[in-house]
Design a protein around this ligand. Structure first.
Ligand SMILES: Cc1cc2nc3c(=O)[nH]c(=O)nc-3n(C[C@H](O)[C@H](O)[C@H](O)COP(=O)(O)OP(=O)(O)OC[C@H]3O[C@@H](n4cnc5c(N)ncnc54)[C@H](O)[C@@H]3O)c2cc1C
Length: 505
């Protein structure tokens, strides 16, 4: 049996895994990334239907303006100039639709621009809107890494991590409609009113207010560019390499065993997969039962149902902004739909294509869906590339859900159906199977303002040379996961010097 040894083995090639591999390989470590799928990237992957590219988990990205946080990280990696980015409309990156109102509300880029558009629609509420923005900026300033500051201390953020979204928004204004508009794009983190900490809302919204971008022809370019860097720094990426076990001897991780039995040795191991699954792969007494139980008992956020629509050629106009819809009165309970009132909101994303800026190639409509809604097909296995083998009843279920979403979208875009060439759907089962999470959760472990420390996960484990990374650590999203990657790299390097290097890139 073939035996290899690396300085660092990374399990999973999602945003977090690739970022760690890119940074650590340029720091001189011999790195090997092991990815179970044929394609690298995890949620950065794209897929093609009817010659049309779809994103699986990157519809738009914030913080990519010169000097902004993700820009600096991508600049350090040397990829910022190689991304084909399209800036969303300066005066509208998101359109918020509430209930049956014909009017949309606009989120604009740049704080003053953001404020002035909202004040136009809510003229008596300038004070509340300004305070909302001030608090967002204040909270973001308290997270050193978010601002690419090294050092910092935990007390900076302790006073704000227990603030939940709902009570804060309610404290700002009595205007019910404004409250609902301010959390209008909460599909980005699936708002659960009393639970979701305001810092999650703040960090995500701030990055898009600073600047909002789409990757033209899909976000998989981010993964491909990092992969190129890794190989240029002597790193190795092996696809179709599923890790089935992390071997621990005398308290240290020594190697991983692949599905095909191959053993790969490493001085350090970083896991980019869900922390609870990582611990299941590492069978050792060093990781206490109570810690395993704590991770296993953490709640994962809800999954998603997506309708990916291919338009007829040159048929439907392209929009350089996203749409978010919520029925009136359901700002706070998005993940708690029933069979009868589903969906309690949707997000609608046009894909940016190099073929045309006038007409849209495709559109994705995303709504929440619990794993329990598809659990009866959980015994089947498929990937996003081949979603048609779970049986006719599954297909009928998906069709019924898709038609509900398309009907809803038609209220905003009358005649939408006439432009559709084909559509394809995915459920939490799709994501379970191709990302490898246990329940197809979109954004991983749920953060809870009532118990914030319980939902912070360290990049270190009880096994000194086994580290964690990925969206479950700090924050999800391309930006959040990049930040988690930096935390992991700083733990491996036992220094925060890397943050300084990125800041000064
Ligand atoms: C529907 C959806 C829409 C989204 N939209 C946006 C958006 O518009 N903007 C944004 O910024 N973020 C968005 N996100 C979030 C963002 O995509 C994720 O937070 C981020 O990409 C997660 O990265 P990760 O490092 O945690 O890895 P993941 O993407 O979770 O990847 C993990 C990788 O590990 C691999 N793996 C799993 N098990 C094994 C194993 N045993 N052996 C080897 N490999 C394994 C998987 O195949 C996968 O490639 C969206 C997510 C979803 C689901």
């Amino acid at each position: 049996m073939e035996v290899k040894e690396y300085d660092i083995v990374i399990i999973g090639s999602g945003m977090g895994g690739l970022l760690c591999a890119d940074i650590l390989s340029r720091e001189g470590f011999r790195v090997c990334v092991l990815e179970k799928n044929k394609q690298i990237g995890g949620c950065l992957q794209t897929f093609v239907r009817d010659k049309t590219i779809f994103d699986s988990g990157v519809h738009y990205i914030g913080g990519l303006g010169p000097g902004q946080n993700l820009f600096q990280i991508f600049k350090y990696l040397g990829i910022i100039d190689k991304l084909k980015l399209q800036k969303l409309e300066e005066d509208c990156f998101d359109r918020i639709m509430i209930g049956d109102e014909q009017k949309d509300y606009v989120f604009a880029q740049g704080y003053e621009n953001f404020i002035s558009h909202l004040v136009k629609d809510f003229p008596g509420e300038e004070k509340a809107i300004r305070k909302y923005c001030d608090v967002i900026r204040d909270i973001c300033s308290r997270f050193p890494l978010y601002n690419l500051r090294d050092g910092g201390n935990f007390s900076e953020k302790t006073s704000v991590i227990e603030l939940a979204v709902k009570p804060f928004i309610e404290s700002l204004t009595n205007n019910q409609l404004l409250r609902e508009v301010l959390v209008g794009n909460s599909m980005l983190y699936v708002l659960d009113g009393e639970k979701t900490p305001f810092y999650v809302h703040a960090m995500i919204l701030n990055s898009y207010i600073e600047s909002s971008w789409k990757c033209v022809d899909g976000g998989s370019i981010i993964a491909r560019l990092m992969a190129k860097n890794i190989r240029a720094h002597n790193g190795v990426i092996i696809t179709k390499a599923r890790v089935d076990e992390i071997l621990v001897e005398k308290g240290m991780a020594t190697s991983v065993r692949l599905e095909n039995g191959q053993i790969i040795h490493a001085k350090r191991i970083i896991s980019n997969i869900h922390p609870a699954i990582t611990l299941k792969l590492a069978k050792t007494d060093i990781i206490r039962h109570s810690y395993r139980q704590r991770l296993e008992s953490m709640e994962n956020g809800i999954g998603g149902f997506q309708v990916n629509i291919v338009f007829k050629k040159n048929s439907f106009p392209y929009n350089k902004h996203n749409y978010y819809y919520k029925p009136l009165g359901h700002a706070w309970d998005m993940p708690h739909h029933t069979e009868d009132n589903w969906p309690l909101g949707y997000a609608l994303f046009f894909s940016a294509s190099s073929k045309s800026e006038t007409f849209a190639d495709s559109l994705t409509i995303l709504a929440c869906m619990r794993f329990s809604e598809v659990e009866r097909w959980a015994g089947s296995f498929n990937t996003v590339a081949d979603e048609n083998e779970r049986g006719e009843d599954y297909d009928a279920f998906k069709k019924r859900k898709a038609e509900i979403l398309i009907d809803l979208a038609e209220k905003k875009f009358p005649g939408l159906r006439n432009h559709i060439l084909n559509y394809y759907t995915s459920t939490p089962l799709t994501y379970r199977d191709y990302i490898g999470s246990s329940d197809g959760s979109m954004y991983g472990i749920v953060k809870d303002a009532a118990n914030p420390m319980k939902t912070f996960i360290s990049s270190r484990t009880k096994v000194p040379n086994l580290f964690l990374t990925g969206q479950n650590l700090n924050l999800h999203g391309v930006l959040g996961t990049a930040m988690s990657g930096l935390v992991t790299c700083a733990s491996v390097l036992e220094s925060e010097e890397i943050i300084k290097k990125i800041r000064n890139a």
